[in-house]
Design a protein around this ligand. Structure first.
Ligand code: NDP
Length: 308
Protein backbone atom coordinates (compact mmCIF):
# COMPACT_ATOMS: atom_id res chain seq x y z
CA UNK A 1 0.00 0.00 0.00
CA UNK A 2 1.32 3.44 -0.99
CA UNK A 3 0.95 5.98 1.85
CA UNK A 4 0.37 9.60 0.81
CA UNK A 5 0.23 12.32 3.45
CA UNK A 6 -1.89 15.29 2.43
CA UNK A 7 -0.20 18.13 4.32
CA UNK A 8 -1.42 21.15 2.36
CA UNK A 9 -3.88 22.22 5.05
CA UNK A 10 -7.57 21.79 5.86
CA UNK A 11 -8.92 24.18 3.22
CA UNK A 12 -6.99 22.46 0.42
CA UNK A 13 -8.05 19.05 1.73
CA UNK A 14 -11.68 19.94 1.20
CA UNK A 15 -10.82 20.72 -2.45
CA UNK A 16 -8.72 17.58 -3.06
CA UNK A 17 -10.32 14.85 -0.95
CA UNK A 18 -12.56 13.71 -3.81
CA UNK A 19 -10.56 14.57 -6.93
CA UNK A 20 -7.18 13.25 -5.76
CA UNK A 21 -8.36 9.69 -4.97
CA UNK A 22 -10.10 9.64 -8.37
CA UNK A 23 -6.92 10.78 -10.16
CA UNK A 24 -4.80 8.19 -8.28
CA UNK A 25 -7.28 5.42 -9.11
CA UNK A 26 -7.27 6.50 -12.77
CA UNK A 27 -3.49 5.84 -12.78
CA UNK A 28 -4.13 2.35 -11.38
CA UNK A 29 -2.64 3.23 -7.98
CA UNK A 30 -3.95 1.83 -4.69
CA UNK A 31 -3.21 4.54 -2.18
CA UNK A 32 -3.88 5.20 1.48
CA UNK A 33 -4.38 8.99 1.31
CA UNK A 34 -4.75 10.71 4.65
CA UNK A 35 -3.99 13.90 6.57
CA UNK A 36 -2.65 11.80 9.42
CA UNK A 37 -0.02 9.11 8.79
CA UNK A 38 2.82 8.10 11.10
CA UNK A 39 5.82 10.01 9.64
CA UNK A 40 8.07 6.94 9.25
CA UNK A 41 5.48 5.21 7.02
CA UNK A 42 4.89 8.01 4.51
CA UNK A 43 5.90 7.44 0.86
CA UNK A 44 4.82 10.80 -0.59
CA UNK A 45 3.84 14.19 0.86
CA UNK A 46 1.52 16.62 -0.90
CA UNK A 47 2.30 19.99 0.62
CA UNK A 48 1.95 23.76 0.43
CA UNK A 49 4.22 26.48 1.83
CA UNK A 50 1.79 27.21 4.67
CA UNK A 51 0.94 23.52 5.14
CA UNK A 52 0.81 21.16 8.10
CA UNK A 53 4.43 19.90 7.96
CA UNK A 54 7.29 22.25 8.72
CA UNK A 55 9.82 19.66 9.94
CA UNK A 56 10.38 17.09 7.19
CA UNK A 57 13.13 15.13 9.02
CA UNK A 58 10.87 12.37 10.47
CA UNK A 59 9.62 11.48 6.94
CA UNK A 60 12.73 9.41 6.24
CA UNK A 61 11.12 7.02 3.67
CA UNK A 62 9.43 9.83 1.73
CA UNK A 63 10.31 9.59 -1.96
CA UNK A 64 8.89 12.96 -3.02
CA UNK A 65 7.46 16.15 -1.57
CA UNK A 66 4.98 17.50 -4.13
CA UNK A 67 4.14 21.17 -3.72
CA UNK A 68 0.70 22.28 -4.91
CA UNK A 69 2.02 25.80 -5.60
CA UNK A 70 4.16 26.82 -8.58
CA UNK A 71 6.36 29.06 -6.39
CA UNK A 72 8.70 27.19 -4.05
CA UNK A 73 10.66 29.98 -2.34
CA UNK A 74 9.01 29.20 1.00
CA UNK A 75 10.08 25.54 0.78
CA UNK A 76 13.60 25.82 -0.64
CA UNK A 77 14.61 27.80 2.44
CA UNK A 78 13.49 24.95 4.78
CA UNK A 79 16.71 23.12 5.80
CA UNK A 80 14.74 20.05 7.02
CA UNK A 81 13.30 19.43 3.55
CA UNK A 82 15.99 17.27 1.95
CA UNK A 83 13.69 14.92 0.01
CA UNK A 84 13.20 15.47 -3.76
CA UNK A 85 10.83 18.44 -4.16
CA UNK A 86 8.50 18.96 -7.12
CA UNK A 87 6.73 22.20 -7.90
CA UNK A 88 3.28 22.44 -9.48
CA UNK A 89 2.92 22.78 -13.24
CA UNK A 90 -0.82 22.62 -13.76
CA UNK A 91 -2.64 23.33 -17.05
CA UNK A 92 -5.46 25.05 -15.12
CA UNK A 93 -2.99 27.32 -13.30
CA UNK A 94 -1.28 28.17 -16.59
CA UNK A 95 -4.58 28.94 -18.29
CA UNK A 96 -5.60 31.29 -15.47
CA UNK A 97 -2.30 33.16 -15.67
CA UNK A 98 -2.56 33.53 -19.46
CA UNK A 99 -6.05 35.03 -19.01
CA UNK A 100 -4.97 37.47 -16.26
CA UNK A 101 -1.89 38.62 -18.17
CA UNK A 102 -3.72 38.96 -21.48
CA UNK A 103 -6.57 40.88 -19.85
CA UNK A 104 -4.27 43.35 -18.12
CA UNK A 105 -2.05 43.78 -21.20
CA UNK A 106 -5.14 44.57 -23.28
CA UNK A 107 -6.44 47.01 -20.62
CA UNK A 108 -3.28 49.10 -20.94
CA UNK A 109 -2.79 48.54 -24.67
CA UNK A 110 -6.31 49.73 -25.53
CA UNK A 111 -6.29 52.49 -22.90
CA UNK A 112 -9.54 51.13 -21.48
CA UNK A 113 -9.30 53.25 -18.32
CA UNK A 114 -9.83 56.40 -20.38
CA UNK A 115 -13.34 55.21 -21.20
CA UNK A 116 -14.23 53.09 -18.17
CA UNK A 117 -13.13 55.69 -15.61
CA UNK A 118 -13.60 58.83 -17.70
CA UNK A 119 -17.38 58.94 -18.21
CA UNK A 120 -17.35 62.72 -17.93
CA UNK A 121 -18.93 64.00 -21.14
CA UNK A 122 -15.61 64.41 -22.95
CA UNK A 123 -15.42 62.77 -26.41
CA UNK A 124 -11.95 61.14 -26.32
CA UNK A 125 -11.48 59.92 -29.89
CA UNK A 126 -7.85 58.80 -29.75
CA UNK A 127 -7.49 55.54 -31.71
CA UNK A 128 -5.31 52.94 -29.94
CA UNK A 129 -2.37 51.52 -31.89
CA UNK A 130 -2.44 47.96 -33.15
CA UNK A 131 -0.78 45.27 -31.06
CA UNK A 132 1.94 45.09 -33.71
CA UNK A 133 3.08 48.54 -32.58
CA UNK A 134 3.23 47.67 -28.87
CA UNK A 135 6.36 45.69 -27.87
CA UNK A 136 5.82 43.49 -24.83
CA UNK A 137 8.58 41.92 -22.73
CA UNK A 138 8.03 38.81 -20.63
CA UNK A 139 10.66 38.21 -17.94
CA UNK A 140 10.73 34.46 -17.23
CA UNK A 141 9.85 31.94 -19.91
CA UNK A 142 8.93 28.89 -17.88
CA UNK A 143 5.57 27.13 -17.70
CA UNK A 144 3.69 30.39 -17.16
CA UNK A 145 5.82 32.99 -18.94
CA UNK A 146 6.17 30.98 -22.16
CA UNK A 147 2.40 30.35 -22.33
CA UNK A 148 1.69 34.08 -21.82
CA UNK A 149 4.36 35.05 -24.37
CA UNK A 150 2.88 32.70 -26.99
CA UNK A 151 -0.65 34.02 -26.50
CA UNK A 152 0.50 37.65 -26.69
CA UNK A 153 2.47 36.86 -29.84
CA UNK A 154 -0.60 35.17 -31.35
CA UNK A 155 -2.54 38.40 -30.66
CA UNK A 156 0.01 40.29 -32.75
CA UNK A 157 2.25 41.87 -30.08
CA UNK A 158 5.98 41.83 -30.83
CA UNK A 159 7.11 39.75 -27.84
CA UNK A 160 10.56 39.57 -26.35
CA UNK A 161 11.31 37.19 -23.52
CA UNK A 162 14.11 36.76 -21.04
CA UNK A 163 15.20 33.55 -19.31
CA UNK A 164 18.32 32.12 -17.70
CA UNK A 165 18.99 29.87 -20.68
CA UNK A 166 18.44 30.37 -24.40
CA UNK A 167 15.38 28.62 -25.82
CA UNK A 168 13.13 28.63 -28.86
CA UNK A 169 9.54 29.77 -28.56
CA UNK A 170 7.75 30.40 -31.87
CA UNK A 171 6.98 34.10 -32.29
CA UNK A 172 9.09 35.15 -29.30
CA UNK A 173 12.55 36.72 -29.47
CA UNK A 174 14.45 35.21 -26.55
CA UNK A 175 17.27 36.87 -24.61
CA UNK A 176 19.34 35.78 -21.62
CA UNK A 177 22.03 37.16 -19.34
CA UNK A 178 22.50 40.67 -17.94
CA UNK A 179 23.01 42.30 -21.35
CA UNK A 180 19.89 40.53 -22.60
CA UNK A 181 17.90 41.89 -19.67
CA UNK A 182 18.94 45.45 -20.34
CA UNK A 183 18.05 45.03 -24.03
CA UNK A 184 14.55 43.67 -23.38
CA UNK A 185 13.84 46.35 -20.77
CA UNK A 186 14.91 49.30 -22.92
CA UNK A 187 12.53 48.64 -25.81
CA UNK A 188 9.41 47.41 -24.00
CA UNK A 189 6.16 49.31 -23.62
CA UNK A 190 4.64 46.63 -21.38
CA UNK A 191 6.68 44.34 -19.09
CA UNK A 192 5.35 41.15 -17.48
CA UNK A 193 7.28 39.60 -14.58
CA UNK A 194 7.07 35.81 -14.34
CA UNK A 195 10.43 34.79 -12.92
CA UNK A 196 10.53 32.89 -9.61
CA UNK A 197 11.83 34.57 -6.49
CA UNK A 198 15.43 33.44 -5.89
CA UNK A 199 18.60 35.01 -4.54
CA UNK A 200 19.37 36.19 -8.10
CA UNK A 201 15.95 37.66 -8.89
CA UNK A 202 15.21 39.56 -5.65
CA UNK A 203 14.90 43.24 -6.63
CA UNK A 204 15.49 42.32 -10.28
CA UNK A 205 13.78 45.61 -11.08
CA UNK A 206 15.79 47.98 -8.92
CA UNK A 207 16.27 51.73 -9.35
CA UNK A 208 19.00 51.25 -11.94
CA UNK A 209 16.93 48.93 -14.15
CA UNK A 210 13.73 50.95 -13.72
CA UNK A 211 15.72 53.94 -14.98
CA UNK A 212 16.29 52.07 -18.28
CA UNK A 213 12.57 51.93 -19.01
CA UNK A 214 10.97 54.29 -21.48
CA UNK A 215 8.52 56.98 -20.47
CA UNK A 216 5.00 55.52 -19.89
CA UNK A 217 6.16 51.89 -19.69
CA UNK A 218 3.62 49.64 -17.98
CA UNK A 219 4.69 46.96 -15.50
CA UNK A 220 2.58 43.89 -14.70
CA UNK A 221 3.82 41.79 -11.78
CA UNK A 222 2.02 38.50 -11.23
CA UNK A 223 5.37 36.84 -10.27
CA UNK A 224 6.44 37.72 -6.71
CA UNK A 225 6.48 41.05 -4.85
CA UNK A 226 10.20 41.16 -3.97
CA UNK A 227 11.13 40.94 -7.68
CA UNK A 228 10.68 44.73 -7.61
CA UNK A 229 12.12 47.23 -5.14
CA UNK A 230 8.91 48.92 -3.91
CA UNK A 231 10.51 52.27 -3.07
CA UNK A 232 12.33 52.44 -6.41
CA UNK A 233 9.09 51.54 -8.21
CA UNK A 234 7.15 54.37 -6.57
CA UNK A 235 9.95 56.81 -7.43
CA UNK A 236 9.99 55.57 -11.05
CA UNK A 237 6.19 55.86 -11.33
CA UNK A 238 6.41 59.40 -10.02
CA UNK A 239 9.10 60.24 -12.58
CA UNK A 240 8.51 58.37 -15.84
CA UNK A 241 6.62 55.04 -15.73
CA UNK A 242 3.02 54.79 -16.95
CA UNK A 243 1.43 52.32 -14.51
CA UNK A 244 2.11 49.22 -12.42
CA UNK A 245 -0.47 46.48 -12.02
CA UNK A 246 0.68 44.38 -9.08
CA UNK A 247 -0.76 41.04 -7.96
CA UNK A 248 1.95 40.03 -5.49
CA UNK A 249 3.69 41.90 -2.68
CA UNK A 250 6.58 41.75 -0.22
CA UNK A 251 3.95 41.42 2.55
CA UNK A 252 0.59 39.77 1.82
CA UNK A 253 -2.13 40.79 2.40
CA UNK A 254 -0.82 44.20 1.36
CA UNK A 255 -1.09 46.38 4.51
CA UNK A 256 -3.97 48.87 4.34
CA UNK A 257 -1.59 51.82 4.79
CA UNK A 258 0.82 50.76 2.03
CA UNK A 259 1.35 53.61 -0.47
CA UNK A 260 0.48 51.30 -3.41
CA UNK A 261 -3.23 51.40 -2.46
CA UNK A 262 -3.52 55.15 -2.94
CA UNK A 263 -1.03 55.67 -5.76
CA UNK A 264 -2.83 56.88 -8.91
CA UNK A 265 -0.53 54.84 -11.16
CA UNK A 266 -0.85 51.53 -9.27
CA UNK A 267 -3.52 48.84 -9.59
CA UNK A 268 -3.52 46.26 -6.79
CA UNK A 269 -5.00 42.81 -7.35
CA UNK A 270 -4.92 40.52 -4.27
CA UNK A 271 -2.74 37.59 -5.45
CA UNK A 272 -5.49 36.29 -7.69
CA UNK A 273 -3.66 36.26 -11.04
CA UNK A 274 -4.01 32.52 -11.00
CA UNK A 275 -4.19 29.51 -8.70
CA UNK A 276 -3.69 25.78 -8.89
CA UNK A 277 -6.92 24.13 -10.03
CA UNK A 278 -7.54 20.90 -8.04
CA UNK A 279 -9.32 19.12 -10.91
CA UNK A 280 -6.27 19.32 -13.20
CA UNK A 281 -3.58 19.43 -10.49
CA UNK A 282 -4.77 16.11 -9.02
CA UNK A 283 -3.76 14.40 -12.27
CA UNK A 284 -0.31 16.03 -12.10
CA UNK A 285 0.18 14.80 -8.51
CA UNK A 286 -1.03 11.30 -9.41
CA UNK A 287 1.31 11.13 -12.40
CA UNK A 288 4.33 11.93 -10.23
CA UNK A 289 3.34 9.23 -7.73
CA UNK A 290 2.88 6.77 -10.61
CA UNK A 291 6.37 7.66 -11.84
CA UNK A 292 7.83 7.17 -8.38
CA UNK A 293 6.28 3.72 -8.12
CA UNK A 294 7.43 2.78 -11.64
CA UNK A 295 11.00 3.92 -10.92
CA UNK A 296 10.74 6.67 -13.53
CA UNK A 297 12.09 10.23 -13.10
CA UNK A 298 9.76 12.68 -11.38
CA UNK A 299 8.41 15.67 -13.31
CA UNK A 300 8.99 19.31 -12.37
CA UNK A 301 11.73 18.69 -9.80
CA UNK A 302 13.13 21.79 -8.12
CA UNK A 303 16.85 22.38 -8.57
CA UNK A 304 17.98 23.42 -5.07
CA UNK A 305 21.08 25.18 -6.41
CA UNK A 306 19.03 27.36 -8.77
CA UNK A 307 16.25 27.81 -6.22
CA UNK A 308 13.37 27.02 -8.63
P1 NDP B 1 9.21 28.14 -14.09
O1 NDP B 1 10.19 27.60 -13.11
O2 NDP B 1 8.56 27.21 -15.05
O3 NDP B 1 9.89 29.29 -14.95
C1 NDP B 1 10.74 30.23 -14.41
C2 NDP B 1 11.35 31.05 -15.54
O4 NDP B 1 12.16 32.09 -14.96
C3 NDP B 1 12.27 30.23 -16.43
O5 NDP B 1 12.13 30.64 -17.77
C4 NDP B 1 13.65 30.55 -15.91
O6 NDP B 1 14.69 30.45 -16.88
C5 NDP B 1 13.47 32.02 -15.52
N1 NDP B 1 14.47 32.41 -14.53
C6 NDP B 1 14.63 31.96 -13.28
N2 NDP B 1 15.69 32.54 -12.68
C7 NDP B 1 16.21 33.38 -13.60
C8 NDP B 1 17.33 34.25 -13.61
N3 NDP B 1 18.13 34.38 -12.55
N4 NDP B 1 17.57 34.95 -14.73
C9 NDP B 1 16.78 34.80 -15.83
N5 NDP B 1 15.69 33.99 -15.89
C10 NDP B 1 15.43 33.29 -14.78
O7 NDP B 1 8.11 28.91 -13.22
P2 NDP B 1 6.57 29.18 -13.58
O8 NDP B 1 6.50 29.78 -14.94
O9 NDP B 1 5.75 27.97 -13.32
O10 NDP B 1 6.18 30.24 -12.46
C11 NDP B 1 6.83 31.49 -12.37
C12 NDP B 1 6.45 32.19 -11.08
O11 NDP B 1 5.11 32.67 -11.15
C13 NDP B 1 6.42 31.29 -9.84
O12 NDP B 1 7.73 31.07 -9.34
C14 NDP B 1 5.57 32.09 -8.89
O13 NDP B 1 6.41 32.97 -8.16
C15 NDP B 1 4.66 32.92 -9.82
N6 NDP B 1 3.24 32.54 -9.70
C16 NDP B 1 2.32 33.51 -9.36
C17 NDP B 1 0.97 33.20 -9.27
C18 NDP B 1 -0.04 34.26 -8.95
O14 NDP B 1 -1.22 33.95 -8.78
N7 NDP B 1 0.34 35.52 -8.86
C19 NDP B 1 0.48 31.83 -9.51
C20 NDP B 1 1.53 30.91 -9.85
C21 NDP B 1 2.85 31.26 -9.95
P3 NDP B 1 15.03 29.03 -17.57
O15 NDP B 1 13.85 28.74 -18.48
O16 NDP B 1 16.26 29.31 -18.32
O17 NDP B 1 15.17 28.04 -16.45
Amino acid sequence: MIRVLFAAGAKCWSEYELVLPEALAAKGLTVDLSRDHAPGTVDYIVTAPNGDVQDYRPYRCCKLVQNIWAGVENLTDNPTLTQPLARMVDPGLTRGMVEWVTGHVLRHHLGMDRHILGQDGIWRSEIPPLAADRPVTVLGLGALGSACAKTLSDLGFPVRGWARRDKEIPGVEVFSGHDGLDAVLRDAQIIVLLVPLTALTRHLLNAERLALLKRNTIILNPGRGPLIDDGALIAALDSHLGHATLDVFETEPLPADHPFWAHPKVTVTPHIASATRPATAATVIAENIRRGEAGQPFQHLVDRERGY
